[in-house]
Design a protein around this ligand. Structure first.
Ligand code: FE
Ligand code: CA
Length: 548
């Protein structure tokens, strides 16, 4: 950051913005973006909003043993241009306390909300104690934000007896209420992993019923405007989604490990390619805007701030001696999808030297797994690793049916899949659990090498929980539709699947890892009831799921 000239800041006192009254601000040195303690010369002094500027709530994320990121964005009128903000930087106060009443304040300061970043605030709080909850809030213009609760990681060498987390994502705003987020907010979890599809880029579905998977629903929520392309479009889409009270409650309840999948940019994008055939150098402008808006709305560290069209999202964490977590990015570095990105039979191309992770991230993961000395390892990311035979389509009328697979998932990247499972088998046998989403159903199953390929031995190497969606897919079809019956019949390693909304809850202890597939019965009307669809255990050191 280039330091600002304090004289200029002092000359500009009284320069207020649209609808706001100017004046002098007092203040502490900034914790972020103004290391020299001076305010920028265009600072909006003494901001007054006349309404709640914290309409998008608060969030925390990327915990460390001495702190975490706390986030908010000033948006008094979230769907209006610039969220209703004047285009000037604003100083925002923050505090972190050891109790929910803020009796013992552990850290506090001021951070700048810049118009360049949609008046978002990202504070990397440090100097806290390990393995304990903290509460945080923000202040600006005489207004207080809601209170968020976060948690530091245990110290690296600490003995940890239990860890609980939820995994969730795919929250299409039009297709369902965020009832599952409300239930997550009430779970006693140490963190939430978000596997992506935080927003969907598509247009408003328009007047009349919403059609999802052959069903028709009246009175559903609507997007604003057409498909999103510009930075302002993406910002407004995040503002729409983040205005939801249930989502805000979930963010305020626990730190999140965020990752993005495809819909934060465009359906099934891969590296520099979108699905429409846009020239890569053109698509990258859209990707850059999408990533900027993503960063602006998520509790991410400075290390993830986008540089052009790239942002660093793969990263790791350690929960004492109990679990290492590896959060992957399988969008930004992947080879383009094969066979026109359809469900396809696996030809030689699918087994060729291609990566869904990119060489640098693969090395980082395999080195990390090789060096790991924790009881368990979590690999958390976006799309299915199971080699799921999804449909048997006759190639020609009257011909034999063939096994087909999603080219947007790991079966389109079989060489990378082999390297991953080889690494797990050789370096971390029996203690790697894979958690992801994207498919808008719960799936729980075991990972075997090249499941349907000639010579496959069917040996279980690891297991996978694929968490269903929060909202995408509306109420769903349950577990006895034709697709559910087909995939269960054709995939021996698949232990359960159902098309309902919900989330995954993991309860990790030294001896076993329990995964619960949580479902809500309805998301198209309020008050959906929570239940457990299935519960599986993995014994430490013995790969494979068992009903629990
Ligand atoms: Fe999705
Ligand atoms: Ca997806």
């Amino acid at each position: 950051m280039r330091p600002f000239d304090r004289r200029h800041a002092l000359q500009l006192l009284g320069a207020g913005g649209v609808g706001l009254i100017g004046g002098l601000i007092g203040g502490l040195p900034f914790a972020a973006f103004a290391q020299d303690g001076a305010y920028p010369r265009n600072l909006l002094t003494d901001p007054k909003f006349g309404t709640d500027p914290f309409t998008l709530g608060v969030a925390s994320g990327d915990p460390a043993s001495d702190g975490f990121v706390i986030w908010t964005r000033l948006a008094p009128h979230p769907l209006e241009p610039y969220g209703g903000m004047a285009l000037k930087p604003v100083a925002v106060g923050w505090e972190v306390a050891e109790d929910e009443h803020f009796g013992t304040v552990a850290a506090k300061g001021e951070a700048l909300a810049h118009p360049e970043l949609a008046h978002s605030v990202h504070v990397e709080v440090a100097g806290l104690k390990p393995d304990r909850p903290y509460w945080y809030r923000f202040h600006v213009g005489g207004e207080d934000s809601m209170v968020g609760r976060s948690r530091t990681l245990p110290a690296a060498g600490a003995k940890v007896q239990r860890l609980r987390f939820a995994a969730a994502g795919c929250q299409h705003y039009e297709q369902g209420l965020y009832t599952a987020w409300r239930h997550i907010a009430e779970e006693p979890v140490d963190f939430v992993f978000h596997y992506g599809d935080y927003i969907y880029e598509g247009a408003d579905h328009g007047e009349g019923p919403l059609k999802v998977n052959g069903r028709s629903y009246d009175g559903m929520r609507r997007h604003v405007g057409g498909e999103i392309y510009t930075l302002d479009d993406y910002r407004r889409r995040y503002a729409l989604y983040k205005s939801d009270a249930d989502l805000k409650a979930a963010h305020a309840s626990a730190p999140f490990w965020m990752s993005f999948d495809d819909h934060e940019v465009d359906n099934n994008w891969a590296s520099d390619f979108d699905q429409d055939g846009t020239p890569p150098e053109v698509f990258l402008f859209r990707r850059a805007m999408a990533m900027q808006a993503y960063y602006e709305h998520m509790p991410l560290r400075r290390a993830s701030m986008p540089q052009g069209s790239h942002m660093r999202m793969y990263r790791g964490a350690r929960y004492g001696d109990l679990m290492s977590a590896f959060v992957l990015d399988t969008r930004q570095y992947r080879a383009d999808q094969l066979y026109g990105d359809t469900l396809a039979a696996l030809g030689p191309e699918a087994f060729a030297e291609r990566s869904i992770m990119g060489a640098a991230q693969e090395k980082w993961l395999y080195d990390g797994l090789g060096a790991s000395d924790t009881r368990w390892n979590l690999i958390a990311h976006q799309v299915m690793v199971m080699n799921l035979n999804q449909k048997k389509q006759p190639v020609k009328k009257g011909a034999d049916k063939v096994a087909t697979y999603s080219m947007d998932q790991w079966p389109g990247y079989m060489a990378n899949r082999r390297r991953l499972l080889d690494c797990i088998e050789k370096r971390c046998p029996g203690n790697v659990v894979n958690v992801r989403g994207d498919a808008h159903r719960h799936y729980a199953g075991d990972l075997v090498q090249d499941a349907d390929a000639p010579g496959a031995d069917g040996k279980v190497i690891s297991s996978e929980f694929l968490a269903t969606s929060i909202a995408s897919g509306a109420d769903g079809l349950g577990d006895n539709d034709a697709y559910s019956r087909q995939v269960r019949a054709d995939n021996a390693f698949l232990k359960a699947t159902t098309d309902q909304r919900g989330y995954l809850l993991c309860d990790v202890t030294p001896g076993e890892w329990i995964g619960e597939l949580k479902v809500v019965d309805k998301v198209t009307t309020p008050g959906g009831k929570l239940s457990t669809y299935a519960r599986f255990a993995i014994e430490n050191g013995k790969p494979g799921l068992h009903r629990a």
